[in-house]
Ligand binder design. Structure first.
Ligand SMILES: Cc1cc2nc3c(=O)[nH]c(=O)nc-3n(C[C@H](O)[C@H](O)[C@H](O)COP(=O)(O)OP(=O)(O)OC[C@H]3O[C@@H](n4cnc5c(N)ncnc54)[C@H](O)[C@@H]3O)c2cc1C
Length: 384
């Protein structure tokens, strides 16, 4: 078994790290001050070709088929630089992978090359005020009328929806069914009856919106795949991207570790750098071990997806669950190592990491939902 990344993946890692250092880090102070949609990050990521990792070669992407491992390798580096950069590769994927999976040739041709080039920002609207973890209970309806769907309902927490050119809407085409009644439909910005009603304020710089659909008519040609396949499309999209949330968390943890180590080496208390006090060394040791475990789980989950292994859902949930919880612990210890400076809101980056590390434990399925998915794989297995 080879634990080394291939030459191709190392190149992605090194180039993304250099890109983050050169083009993302200098933007961070301004982004944190303004707390506006950081469009400049999107522009720079597009120029760097990062979104091409999400799209098949046929439509301007990097590989013949979309692969999870390159996305994870890049996302770890992006997550180290700034939350929005790490999140941006995922939201671009959440809004494009459903088209890769189930879009008509016309829809793919129309949108995917522009997503690859970063000229289009899509959004993925699954969550509702009354339906978060329990996706099957979503209430938005898309009822067929001739050649159109009439859409009514409310969505929330849809990343990038305020600026998106199109959203992947998950709505019930048959409200009498649970998850089997859900369909995925492309709704373009500006369609009458579709409104972005609110920008929701989030702890870290993340842009999520509330959406309202009122008698919004959308052509049936915008349906992805068949009616009733929306839940499967959503879950397959999450299988691709869930372990990249783990990679993002590993990036945050690695950044926190690097900062804590550097600080511990230079901060002198009781006559020597605190890095030479054993209590601090134990913290650093635990942080380093946990980060390595997390990274290996991410690679395992991503390879399961890329090699089409049947246990991809289990492995990507394990990666997401462990890494996001681990990053919270690591960032907390890094703050502790910084003492009072860890919670300073001036130039010290720890408080930003402390805010950034929180949401990944919630989005794309909370930690509790990941635990249920993981446990069910074993419980169901035993029943056979
Ligand atoms: C920054 C951010 C970005 C997001 N981006 C998107 C996006 O682009 N598109 C989108 O559709 N959504 C998005 N979301 C929404 C996100 O996916 C949901 O918040 C998440 O799935 C949880 O749903 P909820 O908030 O309704 O919590 P709930 O489902 O109400 O859960 C509340 C609590 O109950 C727990 N819980 C629920 N059910 C169970 C159970 N059966 N057993 C044990 N515990 C349970 C949960 O784990 C949680 O702790 C985003 C959220 C955030 C914070």
């Amino acid at each position: 078994m080879d634990f080394e990344l291939s030459a191709d993946l190392k190149k992605i890692q090194e180039e993304t790290r250099a890109f983050v250092n050169r083009e993302i880090r200098p933007l961070v102070p301004e982004i944190e001050k303004k707390k506006k949609y950081p469009i400049e990050i999107v522009r720079r990521m597009a120029r760097q070709g990062i979104y091409r990792l999400l799209i098949p070669k046929e439509y301007g992407g990097a590989y013949e088929t979309v692969k999870a491992l390159p996305i994870c390798v890049a996302r770890e580096e992006l997550g180290r630089g700034h939350n929005f950069a790490g999140a941006s590769i995922a939201t671009q994927g959440l809004g494009s992978y459903p088209l890769v999976l189930a879009g008509s040739p016309e829809i793919r041709e129309r949108f995917l090359p522009k997503v690859a080039a970063g000229e289009i920002i899509p959004s993925f609207a699954l969550t509702e005020p009354e339906a978060g973890s329990d996706v099957g209970s979503l209430r938005t309806t898309a009822i067929r009328e001739g050649d159109s769907y009439r859409i009514n309902g409310t969505k929330c927490f849809a990343s990038n929806a305020g600026i998106a050119q199109y959203i992947i809407l998950f709505a019930k085409t048959d409200p009498s069914l649970g998850t089997k009644g859900i369909s995925a439909i492309v709704v373009e910005a500006g369609t009458p009856g579709f409104k972005v009603t609110k920008q929701m304020e989030i702890l870290a710089v993340d842009v999520v919106n509330e959406l309202q659909f009122t008698d919004c008519l959308v052509s049936c040609q915008n349906l992805l795949g068949e009616e009733g396949k929306g839940f499967i499309i959503a879950m397959q999209t999450l299988d691709l991207l869930r372990c990249s949330v783990g990679a993002h968390a590993v990036g945050i943890a690695q950044e926190a570790f690097d900062l804590a180590l550097a600080y511990a080496k230079k901060r002198v208390q009781f006559g020597k750098p605190i890095a030479q006090h054993q209590a601090i060394q134990m913290k650093l040791a635990n942080m380093a071990v946990e980060i390595s475990c997390g990274r290996l789980l991410v690679y395992q989950g991503a390879l399961a997806k890329d090699n089409e292994q049947p246990d991809v859902t289990l492995k990507s949930s394990m990666a997401k669950y462990y890494c996001t919880e681990m990053a919270q612990r690591v960032v907390d210890q890094a703050v502790q190592i910084h003492g009072g400076y860890g919670v300073l809101m001036d130039d010290f980056p720890m408080e930003r990491l402390y805010r950034e590390v929180r949401a990944p434990r919630i989005y794309e399925g909370t930690s509790e939902i990941q635990q249920i998915i993981i446990a069910n794989q074993f419980v169901r297995e035993k029943k056979k």
